[in-house]
Design a protein around this ligand. Structure first.
Ligand SMILES: *[C@@H]1O[C@H](CO)[C@@H](O)[C@H](O)[C@H]1NC(C)=O
Ligand SMILES: *[C@@H]1O[C@H](CO)[C@@H](O)[C@H](O)[C@H]1NC(C)=O
Length: 212
């Protein structure tokens, strides 16, 4: 009787060990799944969520986007997109508005398209922009001196970098001119000029590219 009982005891022991193993396995898989789902939700929220929101916002103004493949390695390939009729450069899209408006109306016009008046951060950007312009006109920039005390400010709060200023010679020269435009003056040069905010000018809008 005792000899018959012993295998049963051993079987019970094996059975308990199995249950414990399964229990650990199920808990581990559950935890892994939870982590996986959480990271998917977070990734979705930060990438697709944000892009999706911007896309649907922009869809109210634009029926289509033009996208270019960016990134040097195959694994880094993304699509950088601008609305049709906007010009891509770096991580931004640019729109040259040929309708003349006051400075504040120009900014409103850009905001209405999901953009802002242009902020020039580098010489390369300035060089790109002037290639898009017509030498017969002035174009408002997202740069103003609201107090008329020479404290020029970019519209997106970008610090006004001493090394990235392209004023024409002897400009700015008049404290009542509190808005900046870019203009072609002979002999042969594009540069910035302080301008009256309530003159009507063409303008340049800038928005960040949409990455897909
Ligand atoms: C620039 O604007 C003038 C005046 O509207 C126009 O005659 C000329 O064709 C334009 N130039 C270019 C390069 O678009
Ligand atoms: C500022 O410079 C512009 C262009 O050189 C000139 O036409 C204008 O008269 C100047 N304004 C003042 C107040 O000096």
């Amino acid at each position: 009787m005792v000899q018959e009982g012993q295998p049963q005891v051993r079987e019970k022991g094996v059975w308990r060990a199995n249950v414990r193993l399964w229990f650990v396995a199920v808990i581990s898989i559950t935890l892994l799944s939870a982590c996986f789902i959480a990271s998917c939700v977070v990734t979705y929220h930060f990438t697709y969520g944000k892009t999706g929101k911007r896309l649907s916002e922009l869809h109210t103004y634009y029926s289509s986007l033009t996208c270019f493949s960016e990134g040097t390695r195959v694994t880094e390939k993304v699509w950088g997109c601008c609305p049709n009729a906007w010009k891509p450069f770096g991580s931004s899209c640019y729109f040259i508005s040929t309708e003349k408006r006051f400075w504040s109306k120009s900014e409103q016009n850009c905001v209405g398209m999901g953009a802002h008046l242009v902020v020039i951060n580098t010489e390369a950007e300035q060089n790109f922009i002037i290639q898009q312009l017509n030498e017969s006109f002035s174009y408002f920039l997202g740069l103003s001196d609201p107090q008329g005390n020479g404290k020029w400010q970019w519209i997106d709060q970008t610090p006004f970098d001493e090394n990235v200023r392209f004023w024409h010679q002897n400009e700015p020269n008049f404290s009542a001119e509190q808005c900046a435009s870019i203009v072609f003056w002979n002999p042969g040069k594009w540069g910035w000029n302080d301008d009256f905010c309530d003159t009507k000018r063409n303008s340049i809008c800038e928005m960040k590219k949409i990455y897909l």
